[in-house]
Design a protein around this ligand. Structure first.
Ligand code: EPU
Length: 336
């Protein structure tokens, strides 16, 4: 492992916040994790940082940031129709997508171009275009920080929900994920429930293949979402809110074009992006922070934004959406 003192976190968060960590511990091998817990993490405040694509640092961090970078994709099992992969937490998510395309493994192609590392994927149950990572995660390996003991959690034990899991609840900031096991299909199968994706495939008259679906997803993302390498951002800043049917029906009278989906546990899931747009915030800027012109749900750093400026935009959006729709938006991003 490598330890850095007073380390600038700007390259480690896609929002591009310039904040400093007292100590920054780069974990280069999974077997360094238990030593790191004993020697560094127990003594001071700590935070486990993956690719930093879902984290908003709100101030300098007076403690140690542990950053796993160990990579590797191992095939553990293969049958006629499925393959089990054990993937190290520090592997970039997009490498796994490319591996699956190359080896013709189906299941996560709709999750193309999501920034971040494999170890973070189960934490917020990353999802896009009708697929969530929970659909392919078999189990998750890691270490509990309080006890220092290794754990293996089955899919059910991960308690996955919409942008949620046990790692954001009971185990919040109390574990380091070392490996994620995925079960992928060798049989050709696609999830085409997201209309924009089927439309894009049809318009381009492309046959259904892993490569074509993945390319279409990338094109859709490019058209809606800012590239964090160019414009700092952390993806969707808020969760899509779920409201009772009655409230949805009342809102519909005033806003007949409201986008809504049936929520799993009842109620209607609305589009936070649309609510923010209707509240007048799409593409709006306050100082150096604001929302993205093509997707109001994404808050952006237009250059040199401070955490205070980003939080000010978020606060104003929450207030205005609440005033207009009586809905309180909940942040999806981790604030540290
Ligand atoms: N919409 C607007 N105005 C906007 C943004 C969206 O009217 O400014 C409308 C769109 O026209 C569309 C609907 O809202 O009818 C949904 O928009 P979109 O398909 O872009 O998806 P989303 O619900 O805003 C979610 C995820 C994204 C994921 C997309 C695609 C959350 C919080 N976000 O966004 O995930 O890529 O669906 O499946 O669930 C992320 O989590 O960081 C993320 C980018």
């Amino acid at each position: 492992m490598k330890l850095f003192e007073n380390h600038n976190l700007k390259p480690y968060n896609t929002f591009g916040m310039e904040v400093y960590a007292g100590q920054f511990l780069q974990l280069e091998k999974p077997d360094e994790v238990s030593v790191a817990i004993e020697e560094y993490l127990r003594q001071q405040p700590y935070y486990i940082l993956g690719g930093g694509s879902n984290t908003l640092f709100t101030r300098d961090f007076d403690g140690v940031i542990a950053h796993p970078v160990f990579e590797g994709i191992e095939k553990e099992e293969e049958t006629a129709d499925r393959i089990v992969l054990r993937v190290a937490a520090g592997e970039p998510w997009e490498n796994l997508i490319q591996y699956c395309i190359k080896h013709e493994l189906y299941g996560i192609e709709n999750l193309t171009a999501i920034p971040g590392l494999v170890g973070s994927a189960p934490v917020q149950n990353i999802g896009a275009y009708g697929v969530e990572v929970k659909d392919t995660v078999l189990k998750v390996e890691g270490f509990a920080i309080a006890s220092g003991k290794p754990f293996v959690l089955s899919n059910a034990e991960c308690q996955f929900g919409y942008r949620n899991s046990v790692f954001k609840q009971q185990l919040k900031n109390d574990c380091i994920i070392t490996y994620v096991w995925f079960q992928l299909s060798k049989r050709k199968q696609f999830t085409l429930s997201y209309q924009g994706l089927t439309k894009a495939l049809q318009e381009r008259e492309l046959p259904l293949s892993l490569r074509n679906v993945s390319d279409c997803v990338r094109k859709i993302r490019d058209s809606k979402l800012p590239d964090p390498k160019i414009v700092g951002n952390g993806g969707s800043f808020f969760k899509n809110p779920v409201v009772p049917i009655e409230q949805y029906q009342e809102l519909l009278v005033q806003y007949p074009d409201l986008v809504a989906y049936d929520a799993i546990d009842g109620g209607k899931k609305l589009s936070a992006g649309q609510l923010i747009e209707k509240a007048g915030w799409k593409g709006k800027r306050l100082g150096n922070a604001g929302t993205w012109k093509n997707q109001a749900l994404v808050l952006v750093n237009y250059g040199g934004a401070t955490p205070k400026e980003v939080l000010e935009v978020a606060k104003n959006i929450i207030q205005d959406v609440n005033k207009m729709f009586d809905i309180t938006l909940e942040m999806e991003i981790n604030r540290i």
